[in-house]
Ligand binder design. Structure first.
Ligand code: AMP
Length: 396
């Protein structure tokens, strides 16, 4: 993969300029209160840098799916309140996105002041990447900074369209994603070990195909492993299996062999009677699970087998749990892999979604080099796809 060389927010003169920043303020809300401000906290380095440059800071984001309607329950107003508390200075809240109120507030903004626009998805033109809407949004500012990696795989007005009208650079969050994930794919410290898990092979076919050209070792666990094991003639009992992907799984195993990629699959499996947290369970060899049982985690022998491969890595990329990690009885494999990655000393990159949540819950977050802020976006990145929200940014 070609290295990505995108201009960053600290490589462009922003003094006194109006800067439109696309943030990821898609925070969880309950009865109008924010239940986790993680995403707001993550946006602070870019915002604080801009304030330090005496820029006029105009923030925008989506929140949920209001589908083109001004629905109050999707208002970003609670985010303005929390952001103001975190920054210790006022954050003005616009009543619309590109309407009279937003335009008036943006035009009267002074250097070092902050304005948050309303939810960009209050306009259906946002997700349609409508050029007129993009132009109106861009006209509020002189420069665009994209810092919403979680939405960078979507070509929407506020992630991509605005870059047609004003110079666009990345914020520190996207810069970090490019440095770590882009770096690991374009120029990894070897051996490069990728660990994939989660429920379905079909979600990760593109990722596996791309990684087979890049990695030294590919470890597959979780529900998706059984489709591969089925292709090897194993009895997988009632485990998850995508019947229409068995042939493809076999092809991928052959490809790995041709390319000299080590492909590691579970050697033993923790099986349960039913898909329930407190179901009866036992550990069996992976090649014979038997009817009436389903694989719900990797076994102890596999934990050591995978940990051995992780221990020697220069770089580890991990996406997807090794079993049903939400349930204690079937979380041990994921915990063992998280521990091995944390202790490996390798550059460690955790894809968004379930593996990021598992690492955070287990308290290993500080031991990882990078935890991606985007689930879908990080998968598309690993597929080797060009993300529109990054492709539209100025090159260095
Ligand atoms: P994904 O979103 O594809 O990364 O998948 C994550 C989900 O896969 C989690 O909710 C896990 O519970 C589920 N999962 C992992 N391993 C298994 C398994 N062996 N059987 C059923 N579900 C699994």
């Amino acid at each position: 993969m070609k290295p990505l060389n995108k201009k960053s927010v600290n490589e462009i003169d922003l003094t006194g300029k109006r800067v439109l920043v696309r943030c990821d303020f898609n925070v969880p809300l309950q009865d109008g209160s924010i239940t986790s401000d993680k995403r707001i906290v993550a946006s602070l380095p870019t915002i604080e840098y801009l304030l330090g440059q005496n820029a006029k800071v105009i923030l925008c984001s989506h929140l949920g799916r209001p589908k083109g309607e001004f629905l109050p329950e999707f208002s970003l107003a609670p985010v303005a309140v929390r952001l103001s508390e975190l920054l210790g200075r006022p954050v003005k809240m616009a009543q619309d996105v590109v309407g009279e109120n937003a335009a008036a507030l943006a035009n009267s903004l002074l250097s070092g002041e902050i304005l948050l626009l309303e939810n960009v998805r209050y306009h259906k033109e946002e997700t349609a990447n409508d050029p007129e809407f993009s132009q109106k949004l861009a006209s509020l500012a002189d420069v665009f900074v994209n810092d919403a990696f979680g939405s960078a795989h979507r070509a929407h007005s506020s992630t991509t369209g605005v870059a047609d009208y004003i110079p666009a650079v990345c914020g520190f969050l996207i810069q970090k994603e490019i440095d770590f994930m882009g770096g690991a794919l374009a120029n990894p410290k070897r051996p490069l070990v990728a660990i994939l898990g989660g429920a379905k092979v079909s979600d990760k076919i593109g990722v596996i195909k791309n990684l087979l050209n890049i990695v030294d070792t590919l470890i597959v666990g979780g529900g998706m492993a059984y489709t591969f094991e089925k292709s090897m003639g194993y009895n997988i009992g009632d485990s998850l299996c995508e019947q229409d992907k068995v042939e493809l799984a076999g092809d991928m195993l052959r490809q790995a062999e041709e390319k000299g990629v080590q492909f590691l699959l579970p050697r033993d499996t923790v099986v349960g009677r039913e898909y329930k947290p407190d179901t009866e369970w036992k550990t069996v060899k992976a090649d014979y699970i038997g009817e009436g049982w389903m694989g719900l985690d990797i076994g102890t022998q596999t934990q050591y087998y995978f940990a051995d491969a992780i221990r020697g890595a220069g770089t580890v990329i991990w996406n997807g749990p090794m079993g049903v990690s939400e349930w204690d009885n079937f979380a041990k494999g994921t915990i063992a892999v998280a521990t091995a990655v944390a202790d490996s000393g390798a550059i460690s990159i955790i894809g968004g979604g379930d593996s990021a949540a598992a690492v955070q819950k287990l308290g290993f977050a500080d031991k990882m080099s990078h935890i991606s802020t985007g689930g879908g976006a990080s998968l598309e990145f690993l597929e080797g796809k060009e993300l529109p929200g990054i492709a539209c940014l100025l090159d260095k």
